[in-house]
Write a new protein. Sequence first.
Length: 243
Amino acid sequence: MLGAFSPQRRLADFVLGASAQPCPGCGGEPPERGHAYCLGCSVELRVMDRVDALGLEQELAWRMPVVSVHALWWAEAGSRAEALYKALKFGGRRNLGPALGRAMARHRERMAPLPDGLVPVPTTIQRTWSRGYNQAHLLAEGMAAHKSLPVYPHLLQRLEGGRNLARLGRNQRNEQAKRDFVQGRTLGGGPYRTDQRDLKGLHLLLVDDVMTSGATLEQCGNLLIRRGARLSVMVLARRRNRI
């Protein structure tokens, strides 16, 4: 049997198209071909159910009108879910985005109606350049491909120079998010004019990798709602403290 990290195994993986990298969730043997993480991680991941989704909806409903709110996993500190979203967000594991996006789409379709289109939470040009991608956009593309839905990454914009929201308290996050996220371009790609309702009647799904305080989702969601959209939200993981 070939060792997991032997030159022969790496060559075989290259020829067969499998990943020779360790599992991004646990650091163990590479996942099987076509899988984003190993079988052990799939057993350990805490998938959110309908009751959890109702709780998430209540968290955001008092901040903005939402049709539905879903997450694929709970992500406690030190969990495999946390390791997976950090591997995508900070670890350069770009290939995880489409695969996890498809998993998000399969999870959501059992509980909620299809949207008319998906809107990834934007990041700055500088962060996109340094990482090589926007992880929310990759997740949205993976979700959209599952049912051939359009993705609208140009509707929202994140301004350069903002502070890292992860390092701020709840109140500071809310204020910073209001400064960071602004309207982008119209649905057709033209310049956006104040109070323009170009999204009227559309049911849009706002997509992000992780929900912590909800400040980013609240600001981005309200920007879309002001333009006439009906809003749903889907994230890969909902962070929470260990009980």
